[in-house]
Design a protein around this ligand. Structure first.
Ligand code: ADP
Length: 611
């Protein structure tokens, strides 16, 4: 699935987009719901373009009609018209802008919602292979980029095209000789414009890249871990040097951009002088020889801007369009990523379960060819506590990922109450499973909101009961606003042990049949440890639990200990049996679980039960 995807490499270059009919139709598809608005906007653009032709014609009428005939009345009417036309087109412009914004914002709204929902449905593998920044960038920058393109480039292009077309029709109907001269001059102007457009595009890309480089250095070194690393290896000067280097490159590009803009403006100025000069020269000759009226020449000069303005803009439209297609392409790339884990059409609702989980000959590979689990088989009976132990990298976490189907097995099968996991709906499977990880993740919200995340319908009394069971009541009562205290980033700071108990309370509220518990490796003081044991007791009862065990109490209480080593179950049994075996478990026990000095602390309730 991931083959041919771009995101795995730190890609900065925009992809070369092939403009296909399918791509264009797909983009147009997003506009289909707003066809009415789109038509209205296009119609307004056409009317504005047509109104723009009126003032030059009025000038011609002043010079050719009102002045020679000394017609003051006509002069007044024409003058009013000169003011009226811009007012009218200005008003229409407001309306058109309103329509544009509505369309582009709605398309962006749809696209963003669609993208968020889709990315949400993707599998864990996607998130482990993409940088978070990359996802954010596509959701934010690319979608906003598209809105800009839709709101400005697209309408501008259509407006310019209308303007060019109407002006061409008018100039040719006024006088074909001057019209031909005007059009013939266009290439002189066009060639440098295109060239400048290309260089400017490259410079813009370069600027973006330099900015990204700078941001990367800042992100890497100006955060807690990066800062500590930099300080501890005394690399401040090295990093400052790297930063200065990139900063200097950015400065150079900016200077070049600015100079280019200036050169281009100079060129335009020359041309702005050259165009009218030639029209006056040739047009004046035609007036002198009697082939043309003075008013027409003046009208022509005025119309010249309406001719070259759009030509200049349209000359570079291809670059803009390619840029925006690239944005769409990047978004479609995500939308086209098939969720790896999804319901089969025949998937059934799991309903309530007893929580019997059976692994049959399960093998698993994250990367094809590299086995992380190899023919793993075991059964967990309802309500059993299964402890997973083994050296780091043995595959314990992987086992716990396979139960909620964060990944599908490569070979073999996993069953819950006799149903292969792949034959039931993912959501009904998740309803049966609760997960408590090492690092408790809390949203930046109140205690109550964080807990209610587990069960949106939970009553306040249910929340309080869960807190009581999780030994959290007292902690909450000490908080400034009780259950309404903001925890997380900018709120009340919870200690590691308290956070774990919030996680426990959260799962208690969900009340799943199967529990996955990844015990924190960090050692806690004995009092906190004891509180967590107490909190865990109601959590473990009545559920099939898979615990990645780091505490003695857990292995002692386990109905079954599975000892994993390099993807194999090398031993299985109770603590007493495995110690008697004198194998890997006995070794691990010595280094990992055995209390440093017996009698260090009183036995916890669970340990007492186990003995
Ligand atoms: P444990 O939890 O026992 O420490 P894990 O289940 O986390 O072990 O990892 C088992 C093996 O799988 C390790 O060799 C690890 O490097 C590899 N592994 C874990 N996650 C990934 C991943 N996303 N992609 C590739 N390999 C992975």
């Amino acid at each position: 699935m991931l083959g041919g995807m771009y995101w795995s490499a730190g890609r900065r270059q925009r992809p070369q987009v092939r403009v296909t009919r399918a791509l264009l139709f797909r983009i147009l598809g997003y506009f289909r719901p707003y066809l009415g608005e789109v038509s209205a906007a296009l119609f307004t653009v056409a009317v504005i373009a047509a109104i723009g032709l009126v003032p030059p014609l009025l000038v011609r009428a002043v010079v050719d009609l009102a002045l020679p005939e000394k017609d003051l009345g006509l002069l007044a009417v024409l003058a009013v018209g000169m003011v009226g036309a811009p007012i009218l087109s200005g008003l229409l412009g407001v309306g058109q802008n309103y329509l544009n914004t509505r369309i582009s914002q709605r398309v962006m709204f749809d696209l963003r919602t669609h993208l968020y929902r889709h990315v949400q449905s993707l599998s864990l593998r996607f998130f482990t292979s993409v940088k978070t920044g990359e996802i954010m960038s596509r959701l934010n920058n690319d979608v906003s980029g598209i809105s800009r393109v839709l709101g400005e480039t697209l309408t501008q292009t259509v407006a310019q095209a209308f303007m060019l077309l109407t002006t061409l029709i008018l100039v040719f109907s006024l006088d074909w000789r001057l019209a031909t001269l005007s059009v013939a001059m266009a290439p002189i102007f066009l060639a440098p414009t295109r060239r400048v457009g290309n260089i400017r595009y490259d410079l813009q890309k370069e600027t973006q890249e330099k900015h990204a480089d700078l941001t990367a250095i800042m992100q890497e070194t100006l955060n807690i871990s990066g800062y500590i690393l930099m300080k501890s290896f005394g690399r401040e000067r090295y990093e400052a040097g790297r930063f200065t280097e990139k900063n200097r490159e950015l400065m150079a590009v900016q200077v070049r951009s600015s100079l280019l803009g200036r050169w281009f403006r100079m060129l335009l100025q020359v041309f702005e002088a050259l165009g009218p000069a030639l029209i006056y020269l040739y047009g004046g000759y035609l007036v002198i020889t009697g082939g043309m009226t003075l008013g027409s020449v003046i009208a022509f000069v005025t119309l010249l801007g309406r001719l070259y303005g759009p030509i200049g803009q349209l000359a570079n439209v291809q670059i803009e369009v390619m840029g925006s297609l690239a944005l769409f392409h990047r978004i479609f790339e995500y939308l086209d990523t098939e969720p790896e884990i999804k319901d089969l059409p025949t998937a059934v609702n799991l309903g309530s379960t007893t929580g019997r989980i059976v692994f049959s000959d399960v093998s698993f590979e994250y990367v094809p060819g590299i086995r992380v689990l190899d023919h793993v088989s075991f059964a967990a009976q309802p309500g059993e506590l299964v402890a997973l132990v083994g050296p780091s990298g043995a595959g314990k976490t992987t086992v716990t990922y396979l139960i909620p189907r964060f990944y599908d097995v490569t070979e073999g099968s996993i069953e819950i109450d006799g149903h292969d996991l792949r034959t039931v709906t993912v959501s009904s499977l998740h309803e049966q499973i609760g997960i408590v990880t090492q690092e408790t993740y809390l949203f930046n919200a109140t205690v109550r909101e964080n807990l209610r995340y587990a069960n949106l319908d939970a009553t306040d009394s249910a929340i309080e009961e869960a807190c009581r069971l999780a030994r959290l009541e007292e902690v909450v009562s000490r908080m400034p606003d009780g259950y309404d205290t903001l925890v997380g980033e900018r709120g009340y700071r919870l200690s590691g042990g308290e956070k774990q108990r919030v996680a426990i309370a959260r799962v208690l509220l969900k009340d799943p049949r199967v529990l996955i518990l990844d015990e924190a490796t960090s050692s806690l003081d004995s009092q906190t440890e004891a509180q967590i044991q107490e909190a865990l007791r109601p959590l473990l009862t009545g559920r099939t639990t898979f615990a990645i065990a780091h505490r003695l109490s857990t292995v002692l209480a386990a109905d079954k200990i599975l000892v994993l080593d390099r993807g194999h179950i090398v031993e299985a049994g109770t603590h007493a049996e495995l110690i008697a075996n004198g194998g890997l478990y006995a070794e691990l026990y010595e280094i990992q679980f055995k209390p440093q000095s017996v009698g260090d602390r009183p036995l916890s309730a669970l340990e007492a039960v186990a003995q």
